[in-house]
Design a protein around this ligand. Sequence first.
Ligand code: NAP
Length: 364
Amino acid sequence: MLKAYPEGPPSSEGWGPNLGAALRTYASGPGIPEASKEFYAHMADNGHHKVIIIGSGPAGLTAALYSARANLSPLVIEGFDAGGQLMLTSDVENYPGFPDGVIGPDLMALFRKQAERFGATFVTDDASGVDFSERPFKVQVRKDAFTAEAVIVATGAKAKMLGLESEHRLLGRGVSTCATCDGAFFKNQELLVVGGGDSALEEALFLQRFASKLAVIHRRDQLRASKIMQDRAMASDKISFVWNSTVDEVLGNQKVEGARLRNLQTGELTDISAGGMFVAIGHTPNTSLFRGHLELDPAGYIVAGKNLSVDWNPASPYETRTSVEGVFAAGDVVDHTYRQAITASGTGCMASIDAERWLESKGH
Ligand code: NAP
């Protein structure tokens, strides 16, 4: 039996699968403006989901798989550039279950297919706004509004840039952040890789298939990368290292012709020739959409679980909870430390289980 709603639209709490019908009744009642009628009708007919997942890297797609198998019919706002950072990665050798390695985009295609098999649906566009101030939560994708009882944020992180005008101008003209995507354009050319972490060495090791030779430019005299990656890079006769140096300017007008390097100890400037420069200096979390809606740390990562400074329920068992009850977060958007596909996938699973149990506790 549906009731009248003089006090406003029906809250999602307690309505469960009947919310669509309740919203339709509310929207057809007296005194509801035309625009609101349209909004609630859209919500009731198309846009309302138990779970919306924003992001489609290993965390988002694992959350989608688990939520789909829990009969929560998740909607995944997968983004215009779907698939996350593994779409920019070549050989993945450390994802368990693939003893011979797997290509990043192939792995993500398998993740997506598996989630789809159990009923996850996808919107291939970026979320453009969120409203977590009340439930059901709203997620805007251009003109379309979707609503959900629970939201899982898994928007990941993106590559950092050096911030040089010349780097920006020559992006896509020899400056790249993705060896897998662009490496083949640089056959038999001299290349530069900037950075000293695992990403930089991974890029360098991949690029040596194409490059005639390549130099890794690092701002210190010690690499941050893991020992195994260091050993591999050091063993390559194509890869050399320029220590204690940064790029002052990328050289070239229409395309990259080299870089002006600054030695940070002596201040000396040296020009080095190269047909391409790959920037691999770390990542920034994709959280601009959530600023003002969720607690973020100073680096912009979403704060979750016991790290919350204002916790709606410290005794809550939901380790992936964010500062808003009913919104969960997983993967690199939370993680400063591990940032691996397998850890992202693991926290995506946790977020889905948390969402499922929280929904159940709310009667959905
Ligand atoms: P990272 O570990 O943070 O390393 C970034 C590197 O870039 C550091 O060497 C840093 O120098 C340098 N850097 C940062 N800002 C710079 C700037 N403005 N100018 C010049 N250099 C700058 O990032 P990452 O390499 O992307 O790795 C992130 C995480 O993913 C790590 O945990 C890593 O182990 C993991 N990962 C693993 C694999 C793998 O196992 N196959 C592959 C990729 C990434 P400093 O060292 O001086 O700070």
